[in-house]
Design a protein around this ligand. Structure first.
Ligand code: COI
Length: 355
C-alpha cells in the first residue's frame, strides 16, 4: 500500500506544550493519518496529512447508527531519545476484532503498523520527556457512507490522531474512589461489551456523571443479568487481591480485553503469585473488605496505566481499601510496567517497538 506524506512546513507547526501539566487528550499534534475504504475496492489513499477537520455527509452512517471503533496506545520517550511503542500490534489486532463485531472492514495489520510507525516517527518531537507523560495514539474507524438504512456501511474512514498526555485521572497515581452502580449496566452477554466501540462509552457517561456528582472518580460495573458479578471500571479493567490471590474477571464477552490487563497477568504469573481469572461477586469483594482479607484493588488500562483504588462505595456504604493507600502490588506493577515502557528495565516479553 502506498502512503503519501504531506507535511506542515516547520514554521507553521504548533508549539510543543510544557510536559508537566498536559492533562489527557486536549492537545493534538501537527499531523494525522487517514485511509479510506470502499466496498469492492478495499482500503486506499493512505496518507499522512496536516491535522485538520474532516467533512462528513450529514447522512454518514456513523452519525446515525454508531459504527465507530477505536483504540488507545502510547509512545514513550526513551532515555536515548528513541520513541518506544508498547505492544502496538496487539492494539491493531484488537481493532480488527472490534471491526468484525461491528460489521466493519478488517484493517491490513502490517500496513497499518508501518503507517503508524511512520506517523509517530514524524511526530517524535511531540513525545513528552516527563516521567508519566507520553504520546497517546488514537486509531479510529467510522462509517462514512451516506444512508439511513440500517445495514453495514460500504464506505469507511480510518484515521490516527496523536495527543501528548499526562495522567488520565486528576489523582495521578494516587488512589481513586470508585462508585459501584447497580442502577445502570454497561454490557450484556451477546452484546458489544468486548468491542472497543464508541457506543459503549456513550452509554457509560450518565453513570460516570452521577458518580462524579457524588464525589467519586469512576464507576464499577456489575454484570448486566444479575447485577452481582464484577465486570470492569469506566476506562479500565479491575483487579482484587484477596488472601494473597490476585483476581480479575474473565474475558467472557462483556468486558474489554485490555492489553494492560494482559500485561499485568503475565507479570504477576511470572512473579509466582496465585492468579485467577474468575467470576467474582460484589458480595465477595465487600465481605473481604469487611473481614480484612481484601488488601488491594487496582485498575489497569492504557490511559489509566495502573490506578490504585482506595475506596469502594456500594448502596450508600463506603468500604476503604488498604486504608485508602496505594497497595504494594499496584506499586510494584506500576514501577515494572513504566520501567519497561520507558525502556529503563529489561523487556523480556518483547513488548516494545523502538523507533
Ligand atoms: C484507553 O485506556 O486507551 C482507553 O481507551 C480509555 C479511554 C476511553 C480513555
Amino acid at each position: 500500500m502506498n502512503l503519501s506524506v504531506e507535511t506542515v512546513p516547520p514554521e507553521r507547526r504548533k508549539p510543543k506544550p510544557a510536559a508537566d501539566n498536559l492533562g489527557f487528550g486536549n492537545l493534538f499534534t501537527d499531523h494525522m493519518l487517514t485511509m479510506r475504504y470502499q466496498a469492492g475496492t478495499g482500503w486506499q489513499d493512505a496518507a499522512i496529512v496536516p491535522y485538520q477537520p474532516f467533512s462528513l455527509d450529514p447522512a454518514a452512517m456513523v452519525l446515525h447508527y454508531g459504527q465507530a471503533i477505536f483504540e488507545g496506545l502510547k509512545a514513550y520517550r526513551g532515555e536515548d531519545g528513541s520513541a518506544l511503542l508498547f505492544r502496538p500490534k496487539d492494539n491493531i489486532r484488537r481493532m480488527n476484532r472490534s471491526a468484525a463485531r461491528m460489521c466493519m472492514p478488517s484493517l491490513p495489520e502490517e500496513e497499518v503498523f508501518a503507517a503508524l510507525c511512520r506517523l509517530v516517527d514524524l511526530e517524535r518531537e511531540w513525545i513528552p520527556a516527563a516521567r508519566g507523560a507520553s504520546l497517546y495514539i488514537r486509531p479510529t474507524m467510522i462509517a462514512t457512507e451516506p444512508g439511513l438504512g440500517v445495514r453495514p456501511a460500504e464506505e469507511y474512514l480510518f484515521f490516527i490522531i496523536l495527543s501528548p498526555v499526562g495522567a488520565y485521572y486528576p489523582e495521578g497515581f494516587n488512589p481513586v474512589k470508585i462508585f459501584v452502580t447497580d442502577t445502570y449496566v454497561r454490557a450484556v452477554p451477546g452484546g458489544v461489551g468486548e468491542a472497543k466501540t464508541a457506543g459503549n462509552y456513550a452509554a457509560s457517561i450518565i453513570a460516570a456523571v452521577e458518580a462524579k456528582e457524588k464525589g467519586y472518580t469512576q464507576v464499577l460495573w456489575l454484570d448486566g443479568v444479575e447485577r452481582r458479578y464484577i465486570e470492569e471500571v469506566g476506562t479500565m479493567n479491575i483487579f482484587f487481591v484477596i488472601n494473597g490471590e490476585v483476581i480479575t474477571p474473565p474475558l467472557a464477552g462483556s468486558i474489554l480485553p485490555g492489553i494492560t490487563r494482559d500485561s499485568v497477568l503475565r507479570l504477576v504469573r511470572d512473579w509466582g503469585l496465585p492468579v485467577s481469572e474468575r467470576r467474582i461477586s460484589i458480595d465477595e469483594v465487600l465481605a473481604a473488605a469487611e473481614n480484612g482479607s481484601l488488601t488491594e484493588v487496582f485498575g489497569t488500562g492504557t490511559a489509566a496505566v495502573i490506578s490504585p483504588v482506595g475506596l469502594l462505595s456500594y448502596r450508600g456504604k463506603e468500604y476503604p481499601v488498604n486504608g485508602g493507600a496505594t497497595g504494594k502490588l499496584a506499586q510494584r506493577l506500576f514501577d515494572e510496567l513504566l520501567g519497561i515502557q520507558y525502556g529503563e528495565r529489561p523487556d523480556p516479553y518483547g513488548w516494545l517497538v523502538r523507533l
